[in-house]
Design a protein around this ligand. Structure first.
Ligand code: HEM
Length: 403
């Protein structure tokens, strides 16, 4: 209630005004009930604070992968300085792992210049990944899939959003927590390399939807329905590597995919649903009524045409081979447009899988060959990283490679 009383939220203010002037609030309002009790009984006034929530940093796997995604993300990729070697990289990873371990638990980093900003981690996670050059400089053996993706006919990749030696994914419910962690980590990293790109993304803010609700992308689609569920055998098999120094880790494919909202605008609702094979209202397949209904790819309409079109995104993306499943963890992006466009938006398409060549590439190949969504989407950035396993207290991320 304390937080509510301080709230300047306009709906709160107008609700208070309605109550104090004796007007009814919805069907449940009762004249004579104390103001605070009446407010507490309206579902939209239940405030839950996320500031103090912490996600463990140490463990078998790095956080930020199986973790329920938080509202805000920043991905940062760095180019390592020439002359870096194994001992440099050990120092880099000790330093950044230490900062991440502290910040995620609500403790200021060593020599934190704004320690107060560390106190509300709000589910902060920091996830580190290595590009091919990192492994080479470390003198290690890279997984065979750690290389740029093959070029796809639909790609229009830009250097400014592609590649990188070292990636850091910083995520939290609160943009202030993300900003502070990004700054602390960037200061840690600055003597080891230079920032190559930064990509910021978002999902629904905490408390706007129930935990576990599938997010919506900026086309308005429910995005992430068919995905392995963290904690299940299917998830472990799809995501966690079981061999090499990266066992317990995984791979990150990050594609920056522009979504042309200006040309999407005139497309009818029917056309939009046909391109996807799912309904916009709740994400149900066109052959079903609820989000998680199994799509019937054989179903035909009265004219004998497939209900889920041959070019529908879900038909092209789905796989019958359980070993080719990927785990998608996308975020929206929305930055200032240029020229005549009204928007510059899209998806930070992040996927985690044990083997990029075996799992990600075949899906992307099928989509590049045929996918109605390609009319409005273009990959403009691409990067692949190995995500090392987690570490124990006293260790550091990458110690199975560098230790
Ligand atoms: C801006 C680009 C994209 C958008 C807007 C988009 C959107 C969607 C949506 C709305 C769904 C249906 C709901 C769901 O199951 O999540 C879906 C499914 C899926 N997408 Fe995408 N997607 C994009 C790019 C990609 C890419 C690049 C890949 C992989 C290379 C991919 C792989 C998948 C997979 C595997 C499914 C589940 C298919 C199934 O088994 O039903 N998507 N996507």
């Amino acid at each position: 209630m304390k937080a509510m009383e301080k709230s300047t939220d306009s709906s709160f203010v107008s609700r208070r005004r309605l109550l104090t002037t004796g007007a009814a609030v919805g069907a449940g309002a009762v004249v004579g009930v104390s103001l605070d009790r009446a407010l507490a009984s309206t579902p939209e006034t239940v405030v839950s604070l996320h500031g103090a929530e912490r996600i463990a940093f140490h463990g078998k796997h790095q956080a930020g992968i199986a973790t329920e995604p938080a509202a805000q993300v920043s991905f940062l990729a760095f180019d390592l300085a020439d002359g870096s070697d194994k001992s440099t990289l050990v120092r880099l990873m000790r330093l950044t792992s230490n900062s991440a371990a502290r910040l995620t638990q609500g403790d200021p980093a060593l020599a934190d210049t704004e320690p107060e900003l560390a106190r509300k981690p709000s589910r902060l996670t920091v996830t580190f990944g290595f590009g091919p050059r990192f492994i080479k400089l470390a003198g290690g053996v890279a997984p065979s899939w750690l290389k740029p993706l093959p070029s796809f006919s639909t790609d229009e990749l830009q250097d400014q959003w592609s590649g990188g030696d070292f990636v850091v994914q910083v995520s939290a419910e609160d943009p202030v927590a993300v900003s502070h962690a990004v700054r602390v980590l960037s200061k840690d990293i600055r003597s080891f390399g230079t920032l190559r790109w930064r990509q910021d993304g978002f999902r629904h803010a905490a408390s706007t939807v129930k935990t576990g609700t599938t997010m919506r992308n900026l086309f308005g689609q429910v995005d992430g329905t068919v995905n392995p569920i963290p904690g299940t055998k299917e998830f472990s098999a799809a995501v966690w590597a079981d061999k090499g120094w990266w066992a317990g880790g995984t791979s990150l494919v990050l594609r920056r995919i522009a979504m042309d909202l200006d040309t999407w605008d005139p497309v009818s609702r029917l056309g939009r649903e046909e391109a996807m094979g799912r309904r916009l209202s709740n994400g149900a397949p066109l052959t079903g009524t609820r989000e998680h209904d199994e799509p019937d790819l054989e179903a035909k309409d009265a004219l004998g045409l497939e209900v889920i079109a041959p070019y529908a995104h879900i038909r092209r993306a789905q796989t019958d081979d359980p070993t080719q499943v990927i785990f998608r963890r996308p975020y929206n992006y929305d930055i200032a447009p240029s020229g005549d466009s009204t928007s510059n938006s899209g998806l930070l398409f992040a996927s985690f899988q044990a083997d990029v060549d075996h799992q990600f590439v075949p899906i992307q190949q099928r989509l590049a060959e045929l996918d109605m969504l390609n009319e409005w989407t273009t990959a403009i950035g691409s990067a692949v990283f190995v995500i090392p396993p987690g570490c124990e207290p006293g260790g550091f991320i990458g110690d199975s490679l560098l230790g």
